[in-house]
Design a binder for this molecule. Sequence first.
Ligand SMILES: [Fe+2]
Length: 255
Amino acid sequence: MNTHKLLWITDLHLVEPGHPWPQHVDPLPRLHAVLNELRDQHEDADRLILTGDLVQSGSVQSYQVLRDVLQDFPIPWRLLVGNHDKRDNLREVFPRVPVTEGFLQFAEELDGTHLIYLDTQAETGHHGELCPARLAWLAAQLQRAGASPVLIFMHHPPVAIGMPPLDRLRLRDPDNAFSRLLRARAAPTQLLCGHLHRNVSGRWAGHPFTVLDSTHLPLRFDMVSDRLTRYPGAPTYGVILLDGDSVVINAVQQL
Ligand SMILES: [Fe+2]
């Protein structure tokens, strides 16, 4: 079993040319700066994983911007959807993105580690959800992985972090169906999420989770206000090192 490196970015919030920038800050040069650094320093990586909110409006034109950015990136990339994405428009621009039962989710094995890409987009609203079809698919993937280590990439974290306006938008888990799947699993399992525009880590349902900050703007930590405030922090990316069942996740600010 060899060591492996995965690159990770999330919450790009790209817009098409002429569209107002989110929070008046152009997301594209920030993404370019990150990808240039990844290209310079990590050409040995096995994957680049993008955990959703790839674009701001979900328009076809905004996905074309992403396609142009990624088209000569030298490392195989994987796309997930977030609450800002639109599956149909994404698939129009990226027709080879794997789809399982209508959802943008699939799994692959990397030298004994199972990588699961989970679609947590809700039918309506900005929170996350997993319908019975997705839960059944996930259960089958976990069963297939058996005692092997698993990484589950997903946009919405299932946990409340103490910021009320974000906590309302987390992955909802009615009847604890998702947490029961995880609690039933003894083998090493790691959740990797976006959505919060903050770096957060901890444990949920018996397994560690990590939330990665955005390549766009970070959110200020505030447990009191009911409003979200962004600040002009540096774009962030993740460098994940795998060695057997060991996982190291570096959250890196592109300075
Ligand atoms: Fe999001």
